[in-house]
Design a protein around this ligand. Sequence first.
Ligand SMILES: NC(=O)C1=CN([C@@H]2O[C@H](COP(=O)(O)OP(=O)(O)OC[C@H]3O[C@@H](n4cnc5c(N)ncnc54)[C@H](O)[C@@H]3O)[C@@H](O)[C@H]2O)C=CC1
Ligand SMILES: O=C(CO)[C@H](O)[C@H](O)COP(=O)(O)O
Length: 352
Amino acid sequence: MLTPANSGDSWLTQPSGYSVPSGLTRSTPAGSKPARQHARFSHVEARNLHHTLEHRKVNDMQLGLIGLGKMGGNMRERIRRAGHTVIGYDRNPDLADVSSLAELVGKLEGPRVVWVMVPAGAATQSVIDELGDLLEPGDTVVDGGNSRWTDDEKHAEELAAKGIGFVDAGVSGGVWGLQNGYALMVGGDAEHIAKVQPVFDALKPEGDFGFVHAGKVGAGHFSKMVHNGIEYAMMQAYAEGWELLEKVDSVTDVREVFRSWQEGTVIRSWLLDLAVNALADDEHLDKLRGYAEDSGEGRWTVEAAIDNSVPLPAITASLFARFASRQDDSPQMKMIAALRNQFGGHAVESAK
Ligand SMILES: NC(=O)C1=CN([C@@H]2O[C@H](COP(=O)(O)OP(=O)(O)OC[C@H]3O[C@@H](n4cnc5c(N)ncnc54)[C@H](O)[C@@H]3O)[C@@H](O)[C@H]2O)C=CC1
Ligand SMILES: O=C(CO)[C@H](O)[C@H](O)COP(=O)(O)O
């Protein structure tokens, strides 16, 4: 079952998933007693241990992480597993390692890197404002939430006036990121990004892809915004296809059709895999109401399309489909019904 990591680990103790680097442990043959603490290391083991410690010294860094919910909680765990130190703050004390932002900043050695992972808008603004007062020149703030890209320039300017760097990071991967890694789209100056790189490396998926320095400040969130616009339209297409398949009598097992599409088809994707997961739990989605919220990225994508005169019919339609999902009845369809009745005498249905 997928749950955010709400372990509430103290930053002073090793989190449950922490793995000791291989050079620091000695293997114990099955059935034998565990090696005693004072067991002698061979020359090769001692050299490996030395290399491991040197490696950690060079690469380990400290991170302050603010917002330990569905995303930040798992990110803290993934970064710690990579051997870095994470001090987490959340306004929910059950999740936090420290009791205030000031305490978090006080525990970090300079130059500090602080990652903000709270809801976009007012929450992000207030955290960045407070950090602006607490941090020192040479420190760096990363906004990893789904902030509107137009906020980034303002945040970068406000912090730059105090000598503090700013990086905007679009993060993709959801609650699966702990195991699969988080795809990262970052914007900002190379000098600021370099300070955060060990953390980006810890978060990103294995392999060659999953990290991009997309451009200047704002480019990371702009890229993530478009990513989410695409996400809307892809989900909408799967959803529409699914409804049509469910509607007709000739297709007797829609769930199996979706499952079969997972291999070999043109339309296989991770979203399709997740649709199959959802249908495994609830074959006809009977347990759900057809209602979908949105958090902003879809509408900002449509606004950017208008600003740039770029036609986005699929993404716009998928945003509007969510608005429609929130209506019990359709005022506009009342008007359509009234007009058809007016001009053509077509039948109407009475309000319930
Ligand atoms: N859930 C997802 O799939 C993804 C979410 N995001 C973005 O990441 C950010 C966090 O999202 P989630 O973890 O899903 O949200 P969440 O609601 O699970 O967690 C947010 C956390 O921030 C804390 N918080 C809120 N205001 C705070 C403040 N002023 N000071 C300290 N802590 C504060 C809350 O107590 C909560 O624990 C949002 O900007 C979201 O849009 C980005 C990618 C994927
Ligand atoms: O960024 C995400 C996934 O990539 C978040 O899950 C985001 O909340 C999805 O957008 P919306 O809430 O508007 O559906």
